[in-house]
Design a protein around this ligand. Sequence first.
Ligand code: NAP
Length: 314
Amino acid sequence: MNKTIETDVLIIGSGPAGYTAAIYAARANLKPHLVSGLEPGGQLTITTDVENYPGFGDIIQGPWLMEQMKEQALKVGTEFHHDIVKKVDFDINPFIAETDSGLKFNSKSIIIATGAQARWLNIESENKFKGFGISACATCDGFFFKDQNIIVVGGGNSAVEEALYLTNFASKVTLVHRRDKLRAEKILQERLFKHPKIELIWDHTVDEFIGSEEPLSLNKIKLKNTKNNNEKIIDATGAFIAIGHDPSTSLFKDKIKMDNENYIITKSDSTETNIKGVFAAGDVKDKVFRQAVTAAGMGCMAALEAEKFIAENY
Ligand code: NAP
């Protein structure tokens, strides 16, 4: 399908930042187009309980929240495309963006809201057992580990939330952390320490995943002590890696200013990038707060700034 679409605002990404930008841009009558990416809804679609997104007295589910945001964006007039942007050209305005399915956008402004992706340990045996005992998504795969011994690697909010969630299925969850202190919020730490099914192994990293060949399955994990290099092997048939995220910015490499960790740089108190008319919102530019509510706030800012840019330049 080769088709060219002229638009005021193109939003790339469909997490809280992208949908909020779409809601604000549509309500400003800018008739935005949103290209969702492969997994519409972003990281919240692989979370379960959300209890810190304001406006809900009861605990809500991440995927449900994203469906609601999408519905709201569509209702106010966003054009939604389940597609992937493959190429962008920021050298001329209107900017050009081309998608996998052959759509070409000529857009006066672009809002980048492509978010971030789970990070892996990047050891050889991890690749071997990915999908055969190793996962980065407890809500997607937890169910497969009923009554089994599993580990979670990491010490942040994600690791602790995943460990707690996985107790719904596993007989025992061991949290393996490379230091002797967690960076997760205190309230989550308290729940973790109190949980009878959870054990903690401090000051260790994973050295190797060990398992059987036929069928390919994980059954042991070699850990290394970060203080004295001693090794130990524990029994586990599952491992969930929850060690943070990397921004999804490869599409914009050498086209926009990024920091040394590939997060897009924006001006202070703004979503404006080094290219006038291109804005960035949410986890793709934020390595500090990384919350759904802060991403949504930035999406709002980006839409307001895009509106102002168009009013001043067209
Ligand atoms: P994070 O806060 O960056 O934590 C990553 C954890 O993984 C850290 O404990 C880190 O250890 C460890 N780690 C990193 N690389 C490692 C490696 N190669 N080997 C072993 N361990 C490694 O990431 P996150 O937990 O995914 O959270 C990301 C952001 O989302 C945070 O801002 C978090 O607050 C937010 N979040 C919020 C909620 C919520 O509010 N409900 C839920 C999930 C996430 P060190 O501690 O030693 O650095």
